[in-house]
Design a protein around this ligand. Sequence first.
Ligand code: ADP
Ligand code: ZN
Ligand code: ZN
Length: 735
Amino acid sequence: MTDRPRLLAVAVPVPVHRTFDYLPPPTAAKPAQPGQRVRVPFGRSTRIGVITAVHNRPAAMPERLRAACEILDEAPLVPDDLRELLLFAARYYQHPVGEVFASALPGGLRTGGTAVAHRRVYRPAARLPDKTELASQLARAPLQAELMRRILAAPAGLGAEVLADAGRDFRRALRALEGRGLVEPIEQPVNDEPLAPGGQPKPGPPLNESQQAAARAILARPGFACHLLDGITGSGKTEVYLACMEQVIACGRQALVLVPEIALTPQLLARFRSRLGTAVVELHSGLADGERLRNWAAARDGRASVVIGTRSAVFAPLAAPGLLVVDEEHDASYKQHEGFRYSARDLAVWRGRQHGLPVVLGSATPSLESLENCRSGRYGRLVLPARAGGASSPRVRLVDLRSERQHGGLSLALREAMHRHLAADGQVLLYLNRRGFAPVLLCPGCGWVAGCRRCDSRMVVHHARGRLVCHHCGNEAALVQHCPECSGPLKPMGQGTERLEQVLAEEFPDWPAERIDRDTTRRRGELDRRLARVRSAEARILVGTQMVSKGHDFPRVTLVGVLDTDQGLFGTDFRSSERLAQALVQVAGRAGRADRPGEVLVQTCFPNHPLLHTLLASGYGRFAELALEERRAAGWPPSSSLCLLRAEARDRTATFGFLAQARTAANQPAGISLLGPAPAQMERRSGLYRGQLLLRAAERTTLQQFLPAWRDRLESLVGARRVRWSLDVDPLELA
Ligand code: ADP
Ligand code: ZN
Ligand code: ZN
């Protein structure tokens, strides 16, 4: 008998680890379906959630059941497979399910907007004055007159983007026309608009033998398989993705391609469009809401054959998925570092298994996790051993800073090489992963160092802005000249990219330099402009932080100089050496392509350090083997699984009191060791005292079984109310 009412389980975006039951809206004509959005009463207001299930299990407290207000979607908005993925992710990463659903939807949908994307266009008002009257009204506003002329010529309406070239103030002029009642803005649905035209696909270079073997292996058998495409920079990994995508698209399927950085999508987008001749869309946080929604809908309806995106695109709905690619799979940006701390790479693999699809993880410097998965046979390893198209690999050598005089951060050997390459028409990339002018402001007289008031950190000198800035909390102060303790003169110590740029202007005045870091690329479009000047060789020297080591193609760079290798050599995190090795190999890979052999100089005070020695003598593969052995011996991932409980509070005792309670509440779980509580590497940040408790288990499932109940207990601890805390499953950073 089922005359008991059907209930809706709804994922409501609130920080609670469960769904909420509601009665169907009294007015609903049709039965509700999972995946529809629904407006529900919550407390004294309403929220928009997603129906995760329709059931008739008895409710816990039937008398308190409330009815949903309205169903927002005709048909389910979130397809079944995506709903399954989100439910899994919420469970696995211990994150509130409603927040997980909300974070997977484009902004407009979260707030209840329709799934049909709209675009604002301007069209002539229904009633216009006659021509002469119109001309006289606009006689003294030439820009408005010009816009009016264009809009009159297109009665269906014009978007702002095609009016932008009329003049810099075109938006103000548009508003003025609107104010005069001459044009009216309307919201035009764009979902059915055809996507960017495909055009004739252009064939790529014929694949070499190892590329062919890789593509064959990936497409060989139906069903789930995860492949690590391990190929040095320039070995043609992207060509392998393309070959596989062609096949998949020819079968009417879609490909999802994840990249680590927004800045990389335009390059790939253009390359994919011209090669595949199909609709390719991008999905990332850099898009305007309307465009994002439109691309999301195109992925969902299957109108887009290829979706390229950053981390969050792993939640793109796909009508007919056929292939999943994660480029630069080792990159830390695939893991979200706050809030919903998911790994897009790992979820991509999960999706592949869910749909029985091939997954390709590409990298020149694979993560130790993926290499271990190859070793154990879970992933297949496909190797591209050489650069494609006959390009040779760069020559790498160490510069021993102990015996080399250096000035302004540049050793003699590096200067000599720079002159040589610049004179031979090459470009130089100087890698310095430290922005600002100098990392330390010191008083040589008494030893005073400018520290951050709110953090256990030093203030970084930003010379051009005349400020001291804390890179951890953003706190700023005036750049003082004299010591607050002894009034002696202060001295900036060490090198940042800003200082290096100044050194170059003084010592390489004939060679234009371009600096690329977070400070110089804050303004919209600035990164693209700077990258363009580097690609066109207008800039001959490029100074950059980690931003330039990722995936960008600089075909004219022949020399790479690594300035401050040593920063990463003695890190405290068990992953420090993996990170450093990856960064070195990635940045070295920027040197020399196609017909130009490259050279790499690595400056260090520790030329005998085993990491550098192994990397240079035997390459990343050998480094990774040794590092895996060390991890195994020490019981670190991938030989174990981790979960990190972090806590922070203004009051130090609150932080550590909570963590101690959390440890007790864990009650010595079988198969799990608890490490800590311990202070975070930077104990005080933004005025908060930070501590952590690390959980480690040999088996992932042991942790997964333990976590939900423990998390519930943590929520009810007395100490929990005095701290901010979070769980990080598979944390990438233990700081
Ligand atoms: P990766 O993604 O591994 O860095 P790409 O696929 O971008 O490498 O290839 C690097 C360069 O080599 C590109 O310019 C590409 O067009 C070229 N290339 C790739 N495969 C071949 C090939 N089989 N023959 C000739 N050139 C190739
Ligand atoms: Zn002093
Ligand atoms: Zn600070």
